[in-house]
Write a protein that binds this ligand. Sequence first.
Ligand SMILES: [Zn+2]
Length: 76
Amino acid sequence: MSGPQEQSAASNKKFIGIHFVGCNTYVRLYPNAERTHFEGRCTKCGKTVKVRIGKEGLNERFFQAPCMVNRNDAFY
Ligand SMILES: [Zn+2]
C-alpha cells in the first residue's frame, strides 16, 4: 500500500504500455507531475524508463525496452 496516486477522473488520464523484453513484463507508464515524460519501471528488475511525451503522437502506444542489461534510466 505505497503509492501516491491521485485519482482525478478528470482529463488527460493517459498511459502507455511498455514491454520490458529482458524480464518479459508488461508495465504501464504514467505521466510524471509535469507531464513531460511517462515514467515507470520494470516490476521484476526495477529498471526505470522514461518516455518523452510528444505532442500528439503518443496515444497509448506500445513500446519495448530492454532491461536486465544495464540499470541506467532509459530515455525515449
Ligand atoms: Zn526487467
